[in-house]
Write a protein that binds this ligand. Structure first.
Ligand SMILES: O=C1C[C@@](O)(C(=O)O)C[C@@H](O)[C@@H]1O
Length: 232
């Protein structure tokens, strides 16, 4: 399966691919949080859903639950499944900033392997504490774009000025021709999940049920679908 990201893609974020049938009504894709799943590669092998899968194996150092040991190898194996239309690789892994040069090589090999198997590469950067200054947001989106098909930025808004900065950076990057996915985490940023697509963000993430949120401030899937459709 393929995902182009020419149009907005709403991904049901889940650790359980068994949620796909319920997600289908509202989602365009499933984000499979491999790092939060028990036997993720077995689950992918058994997957027979209709929705394309975005495979994410989020590192513990980037707010996820995966150890570095075997993390990128599992993502490479995931990319070999036909249902996997995109993989998510952390910018800090690709640059070597987080886990060193060996990880940078493995991350680049993972992105290349995904492409060889027809999967797009989403390059992501997260900040679970703050929203960096506007220039830094722009730089992160540019650097992520150099490595991937979609540059994804999820930062934490503590007030409306933070949220506005994320929307401004989204608009500027999209106007420059970058393919971006942006959102502000936390309660002050929730509305950006509905509004950022208006400014050019191409991916939204939402859990099927609010108690299974994969990040702070997410709306549930049906709510985000309704908001995005209404604003779009
Ligand atoms: O990176 C992202 C974005 C996200 O953190 C969010 O804020 O919706 C949710 C994650 O599941 C996904 O991998």
């Amino acid at each position: 399966m393929t995902l182009q990201f020419d149009d907005f893609v709403l991904a049901a974020a889940t650790a359980d691919l068994g949620e796909e049938p319920v997600a289908r009504e509202h989602a365009d894709a499933v984000e499979f949080r491999m790092d939060m799943a028990a036997e993720p590669l077995d689950a992918l092998a058994a997957y027979d859903g209709d929705l394309p899968v975005i495979a994410t194996n989020r590192a513990a150092w980037e707010g996820g639950e995966a150890d570095d040991e075997g993390r990128l190898a599992a993502l490479r194996a995931a990319a070999e499944h036909d249902a996997v239309a995109a993989v998510d690789v952390e910018l800090a892994a690709l640059t070597g900033d987080a886990a060193g040069p060996a990880t940078a090589d493995a991350a680049a090999a993972t992105a290349a392997h995904a492409r060889d198997h027809g999967a797009s590469v989403i390059v992501s950067a997260h900040d679970f504490e703050r929203t960096p200054p506007r220039e830094a947001l722009a730089r992160l989106l540019e650097r992520a774009s150099e490595h991937g098909d979609v540059a994804k930025l999820a930062v934490t808004a503590t007030d409306l000025d933070d949220a506005l900065r994320v929307l401004g950076a989204t608009r500027a990057a999209a106007a420059d021709g970058l393919t971006v996915a942006t959102m502000a985490m936390g309660p002050a940023g929730s509305h950006t999940r509905a509004v950022a697509p208006v400014y050019g963000s191409r991916i939204g993430y939402a859990p099927v049920a609010p108690e299974r949120a994969t990040a702070p401030g997410q709306y549930d899937l049906a709510t985000l679908r309704a908001l995005v459709d209404r604003l779009g």
